[in-house]
Design a protein. Structure first.
Length: 99
């Protein structure tokens, strides 16, 4: 199921992206092994573009997913290598709401 959620992040539909991010958020908040699996399946690079999403709720959920991912040690390097920190800092500085 995790792979399906990650694939859904590429959907042109805001509703599909919203649903996928919400499901990933639930998974990363509850178990370390979920964080490992989600990182292994490539969710981190797929989540970065959603930090620029026009839907504030999707952006908020996305930030939550990305901030929970490093609770699994192996995801820290992935987050750094894909350049997620700069995007996360930008969203945290400017806020979640769409300008």
């Amino acid at each position: 199921m995790v792979k399906i959620y990650i694939d859904d992040l590429q959907s042109p539909s805001v509703a599909v992206k919203w649903s996928a991010v919400a499901k990933l958020r639930f998974l990363v908040k509850n178990r370390v092994d979920n964080r490992a699996l989600i990182g292994e399946y490539g969710a981190i690079p797929a989540l970065i573009p959603l930090l620029q999403n026009n839907d504030p709720w999707t952006r908020e959920q996305n930030v939550t997913v990305l901030l929970n991912m490093p609770l699994f040690e192996g995801n820290k390097t992935l987050i750094i290598n894909v350049g997620a920190i700069k995007s996360l800092v930008y969203v945290l500085k400017t806020g979640i709401e769409t300008p």
